[in-house]
Design a protein around this ligand. Sequence first.
Ligand code: ADP
Length: 474
Amino acid sequence: MSQCWLNGRWADASNGATLAVINPATGEQVGQVPRMGVDETRLAIAAAQRALGPWRERVADDRAQLLRRWCELVVAHQEELALIMTLEQGKPLTEARGEIAYAASYVEWFAEEARRVYGDVIPSPWGDRQLIAVKEAVGVCAAITPWNFPAAMITRKVAPALAAGCTIIVKPASQTPLSALALARLAERAGIPGGVLQVITGSAAAIGSELTRSPVVRKLSFTGSTEVGRELAAQCAPTLKKLSLELGGNAPFIVFDDADLDAAVQGVIASKYRNTGQTCVCTNRILVQDAVADAFAAKLARAVEALKVGNGVEADVTQGPLIDGAALEKVEELVADAVAHGARVLAGGRRHSLGGSFYEPTLLADVSPRARLATEEIFGPVAPLFRFGSEDEALHMANDTEFGLAAYFYSRDLARVWRVSRRLEYGMVGINSGIISTAVAPFGGIKQSGYGREGSRHGIDEYMQLKYLCLGVG
Ligand code: ADP
């Protein structure tokens, strides 16, 4: 039985209720966490408010040092944290280790950025007044995070918040709360004061509605589905909270006829099948130019068949299970719908013989634009191939979606690379690269994929507000 990190102590739910944490690879229970609700959320908000004054008044260097110590502890415990993650989330251990390093890199980055929060001295239009703009911490913040990156989605919110001088309450996804609580334990050991960072697990609706309703909470950062993001934005409207929303995507992956096809195959494998297709920047549609479509499909099918499905703790496994039965059913439905619309199965196409929520890495050709997976986020190991003739047609297909998170394309023609990069309506574009995420670059979307940026020098601004000082000196 784990406990939550609430108001500087480890706590159970006030009514003793718990939630079971299930290993998606085996169906076995790996732990239990408190099922907290409205009462505990109120306590957390009050504690975050009390902790705010002293925290934001510390000099940036103090906050940076605590963050750096937290980062060191996360790195030192990489192996244990990775194992916890694989047990509750299912991703292969190598990916889990990678995510812990990635999670730590946000803490390191924002420890450094804490010291670089500059303001402006503005040339004044008046001789008797000096104008200055300063950046200040937003105040008490809340983060609601998903299960696909149980550690990194937390640190990319918590680290900039703490660096900026905010306090923050984290509500992790109920499927993966153990990683969040382990990170909180290390934050405690690093000396980050209780109340500055709190992690509460339990009912999303109860905790979420209390966090959004409270006028004390000044900022919400959410990563998850577009549907829930819209709901949270509506809930935040009455108190006009600052919001960062990192929502769903429908990433196109365009292969032009001048592309290096082998490199493009590797790009698809990385961007589509990583985390069993369960990332918001996963390739959702592969668009291939006519002249290379058959050759590319054949190469990609071989690469997809080489993926190894299994329990993520086993060596050499590259594909874990889907997070749960509902995710499995959705993937199954999307494939059945594509096939009903005329798609051909080039690889996979069924539940995996391992049972549970395992699904075969799948490649579909001749997919109709009317198939559901042309417009919906798949969130599973299924890649649909579409064909196009001209660059204009590819751009039209790529942009023909309500989403605008990540896009990818492969081409060796420099002029085309520039043209296409500028015309893609996305927040992030991978050019001859299937992997784009790093703490030092701005991550985020446009359109129905949300707003706000995480990571980079811009990430800390999400937790700061500008104050303009007009100083009479006459
Ligand atoms: P996913 O499709 O990744 O499961 P969700 O948007 O359903 O994404 O969930 C992401 C996070 O949002 C999780 O922590 C979940 O518990 C939380 N969540 C889901 N529904 C709500 C809600 N109505 N209010 C607040 N949080 C919610």
